[in-house]
Design a binder for this molecule. Structure first.
Ligand SMILES: CC(C)(COP(=O)(O)OP(=O)(O)OC[C@H]1O[C@@H](n2cnc3c(N)ncnc32)[C@H](O)[C@@H]1OP(=O)(O)O)[C@@H](O)C(=O)NCCC(=O)NCCS
Length: 145
């Protein structure tokens, strides 16, 4: 896996089918999720749509938002054909090492109750659940560094 690169319009046709997958749709949403990630990244310098690739092919998309308090939230989706092979784990390690996020001291992701794949891979990377679920039933998993 190479360095993360910014999501651009040209990636959309390649990654749109990931959002037809029922698991992606259940936890994140449909094709508009990728389009919104691109729009938000273009409109807001604190928002980053990032693509992880293997041999030039996109394999994961990250949506990262950096806040004024040096924390950052993120969500990730992996190509449904390539899950259970460690790609999310590698993409998140790349995010943690990404120079653009060198000043971020706390990363967190809101995981919906029941999303076991997410909780397992985040836990293996050292993320821990924060005490309180949000009003929407999400639990934040955080990594402080
Ligand atoms: C959650 C999600 C990102 C995980 O992606 P992934 O690439 O499958 O994650 P990983 O492969 O790194 O880890 C998942 C599993 O693969 C296993 N794995 C890791 N490396 C492996 C390898 N080389 N060979 C086989 N299995 C491996 C892990 O042990 C883990 O197993 P477990 O969950 O049964 O304990 C993916 O399922 C997804 O896109 N889901 C839909 C969107 C979503 O829910 N996003 C989360 C919002 S934050």
């Amino acid at each position: 896996m190479h360095d993360l690169q910014d999501l651009c319009q040209g990636h959309l046709p390649q990654i749109a089918p990931w959002f037809d997958d029922p698991v992606t749709r259940r936890w994140l949403g449909g094709r508009d999720w990728a389009e919104n990630t691109l729009l938000l990244a273009k409109a807001d310098t604190n928002r980053h749509g990032l693509i992880a690739s293997i041999e030039g092919n996109p394999v994961a998309l990250l949506d990262v938002e950096v806040y004024a308090d040096s924390s950052a939230s993120f969500a990730i989706v992996v190509d449904p054909r390539l899950r259970q092979r460690g790609i999310a784990t590698r993409a998140l390690k790349a995010m943690l090492e990404f120079t653009r996020f060198a000043t971020v001291s706390r990363f967190f992701a809101g995981v919906e109750h029941g999303n076991e794949s997410s909780t397992r891979f985040l836990a293996r990377l050292g993320f821990t659940p924060t005490a309180k679920p949000s009003e929407q039933g999400f639990i934040d998993y955080e990594l402080v560094r």
